[in-house]
Design a protein around this ligand. Structure first.
Ligand code: TXA
Ligand code: MG
Length: 336
């Protein structure tokens, strides 16, 4: 049995420069005190994460924003007041004392206030913002349960806080505020429509701009199970190996072609689909199927983030003409 740690243990560990895996409402994170450069360096080591990929700084109180950012533009402030604590990350001009390692040398810093009570308690107990990426090894699937987090980092991190299953299940939505107008850097657990209802239009990078690494953490293939996964649309004929393959679909689907079908949202509720998504990807590798297919869902609301992650998990690019598969930010920021 692994040892159970309390908030007090975890805060002490952070003060001693150790890493702590903790739950958030989106996914589990692996955190260190934002000013402790040695501990931050360890985060990159245990994840095998390239150092050009910056970390999100987690705060527990709006007053901590001024510790990490140089400027808090009005629309960003309105989003923070409305949606924090919650699955929203704001990229803002960086405050000078934040180590360059945290922001990968960028002039901006990503900040978020998570809503999971244990995350908030941990930040409050350490009295310092925590830099924390998702608690998976680079390129893997973000953990949404303690056991998934242990499977990823159990060999290299000692302290884990148990917060049960993550309610949202998909990483935070990231909005950039360093270009004069708000930009969607990563679709996530807070739908774009809800954000636009508060601050108006948010630009979605497209084409070459989207490819040009708006956020450094981008990479095409991510969230990838070991099983080869390919996108499939019901408008296409079933693949040749369908009879030996498993299909993961967001919404219920009429098909008898596949050996097995798993539906993320049997009742059509995309919140359920998001909460199940990463577990479903992990569980693919527990089956005996040699290959899998993925059928995307609607590209609105939470569906935008779900499709984004599924497209990154798959091997094949989107078919160029797929009217039932609208383009999403497949080359934006991802899980690292
Ligand atoms: O829900 C979440 O956001 C989770 C939980 C643990 O809070 N965290 C998370 O962190 O997903 P991570 O490191 O796996 O993904 C953060 C993404 C990275 O792709 C990174 O490139 C981007 O945020 N990012 C961080 N700082 C940035 C910056 N200054 N400008 C643009 N993108 C940034
Ligand atoms: Mg990640």
């Amino acid at each position: 049995m692994a040892q159970a740690y309390t908030i007090r243990d975890a805060a002490a560990a952070i003060h001693n420069g150790a890493l702590v895996v903790f739950p958030t409402e989106t996914v589990y994170g692996v955190g260190a005190a934002v000013y402790n450069e040695d501990a931050i360096a360890k985060i990159f080591e245990v994840k095998d994460r390239p150092r050009f990929d910056p970390l999100i700084v987690h705060i527990a109180d709006l007053t901590q924003v001024t510790d990490v950012t140089g400027d808090f533009p009005e629309p960003a402030r309105r989003l923070a007041q409305r949606f924090w604590p919650g699955p929203l990350t704001l990229v803002l001009p960086k405050a000078v004392p934040i180590p360059a390692l945290v922001t990968a040398g960028l002039a901006s810093v990503a900040v978020r206030m998570p809503s999971h009570p244990l995350a908030l308690e941990l930040i409050q107990a350490t009295k310092t913002p925590l830099a924390a990426p998702s608690a998976n090894r680079f390129g893997g699937v973000s953990p949404t349960t303690l056991s998934a987090a242990r499977a990823e980092l159990g060999g290299s991190v000692e302290v884990f806080l148990d917060g049960g299953s993550c309610a949202v299940g998909i990483e935070s939505t990231i909005i950039g505020f360093t270009e004069g107008e708000p930009v969607l850097l990563r679709p996530g657990g807070l739908p774009l429509e809800e954000l636009e209802a508060v601050i108006g239009h948010i630009r979605i990078p497209t084409g070459t701009e989207a490819i040009r690494q708006t956020s450094p953490g981008q990479s095409f293939r991510h969230y990838a199970p070991r099983m080869p996964l390919r996108l499939w649309a019901p408008s296409s004929p079933p693949p040749a190996d369908a009879g030996r393959a498993i299909l993961l679909t967001v919404l219920p689907l009429e098909t008898r072609s596949f050996a097995h079908v798993r539906t993320l949202a049997p009742d059509g509720n995309l919140r359920v689909a998001a909460a199940q998504l990463f577990n479903a990807l992990r569980r693919l590798d527990e089956t005996d199927f040699k290959s899998g297919y993925v059928c995307l869902g609607p590209d609105t609301g939470l569906g935008r983030a779900i499709n984004d992650r599924l497209q990154r998990a798959a091997d094949n690019p989107l078919p160029s003409k797929a009217p039932d598969m609208p383009p999403t930010l497949r080359n934006q920021n991802s899980n690292n």
